[in-house]
Design a protein around this ligand. Sequence first.
Ligand code: YH5
Length: 283
Amino acid sequence: MKLMALPNKILNCGEIQLDLSQPHVMGILNVTPDSFSDGGRHNGKDQAVGHALDMIAEGATVIDVGGESTRPGASAVSVEEEIHRVVPVVEELVKHNVVISIDTSQPEVIRAAVKAGAHIWNDVRALTKPNALATAAELNIPIIIMHMRGEPTTMNNLDQYEHVIEDVIKELQQRVDDALNAGVKAENIMIDPGFGFAKNAQQNLKLLQQFHELNSMGYPILSALSRKRFIGEALGGADAQHRAVGSVAAHLISIQQGACMVRAHDVKATVDAIRVWQALQTA
Ligand code: YH5
């Protein structure tokens, strides 16, 4: 069997260096009120931090903290509210040896989070908000540039592709070029094809099948398909809580094609799958 090696690159996250020649698991930490078991009636900080520590113990090397819901139909959240949700959690997590990424599109949010100790900017809008490009260049931190069309509210009508992988690469390259022209360093860029964002189920499958073509862009690749709808559809209509095994399988297929980081809810199962893949690499 053909085993693809991951890039011999290091992602510089301040005091922590991530060796991208081995796969990393980024654990998803939602800090939106609806993600807490009490529906946000109490301070959700302790619950969020506890969940992050569990994921670190399970082998996550990155924690992705998100205070904005990008689900279609979710209500908009102010910059102040997003900062209020994210920063207290970052202040706790910096005490632990983990890389912290922030799932935000707002320059003011990433600025406040980086001041509190966060390391990576994970932007599903790929630096398209006002001042995002200049802020990314100034902060000089790793940036995850994801492919999407439109906004989470409009993206479902924007899934017309000639050839999905080629179009995604072309459009991602445009966002990468804008970042480079604004002064973002190439060594700080990671790319992500944006599973589920302006793609239908068939297109998401095609994207996973041809994922390896993203390597031609020359940047480290993140794969993020945890529990997404197309996984449920491939399982014959499984709801989100029953998509863990399918997500692990799909993430491993992306690693086999060159992904050096996967963004997952189910960290333990994902790490176990990666360990088996790693055992094969050295056999
Ligand atoms: C991503 O792809 N996605 S938030 C719908 C679901 C399950 C999960 C139940 N942030 C990405 O995770 N950051 C989000 O169906 C992201 N790449 C990067 N880099 C959406 C999400 C989700 C949505």
